[in-house]
Design a protein around this ligand. Structure first.
Ligand code: DQA
Length: 142
């Protein structure tokens, strides 16, 4: 599970848009769901694009799948898109908010085309739905 810039501020960051659950709680809930599904989840948050790029690079051969909320980098980062395309690791992109229902610049998306799917608009539940989708994808489901 990878989370991009400012997501470490969840809980107090624009709760009307992103909800009031801190990232630690979302991570905890996702790990619990992972345990129920029999998968082990590692979580990493960074405000630094290159650190996320490196994590994706390190995932090859070590991680079965990625759930990533690239946050603002979604709209700008060719480096994250290239990293996802460079490794043979399926990624589901997550957003708490529905980015299509917000400012015009959030409709621009650099990363989703390098992902197997996308879940957005359901707050913290987006991560849970993404995990279901990713596990189903890895197990060969459509
Ligand atoms: C976000 C949406 C992005 O546009 C924004 O920059 C974020 C959070 C979301 O989860 O809704 O930081 O990725």
């Amino acid at each position: 599970m990878l989370n991009g810039p400012n997501l470490g501020l969840l809980g107090t960051r624009e709760p009307g848009v992103y909800g009031s659950k801190p990232l630690e709680q979302i991570v905890c809930d996702l790990k619990e769901k992972g345990r129920q599904l029999g998968v082990c989840i590692e979580a990493f948050q960074s405000d630094i694009e290159g650190e996320l790029v490196s994590k994706i690079g390190e995932s090859a051969g070590r991680i079965d799948g990625i759930i990533m909320n690239p946050a603002a980098f979604t709209h700008t980062s060719i480096a994250l898109r290239d990293a996802l395309q460079a490794v043979d690791v399926p990624c589901v992109e997550v957003h708490l908010s529905n980015t299509h229902a917000r400012e015009e610049f959030r409709k621009e998306n650099m990363t989703a085309a390098a992902c197997v799917g996308q879940v957005m608009g359901f707050g913290a539940t987006s991560y849970m739905l993404a995990l279901d989708g990713l596990v189903n994808h890895i197990s060969g489901g459509k």
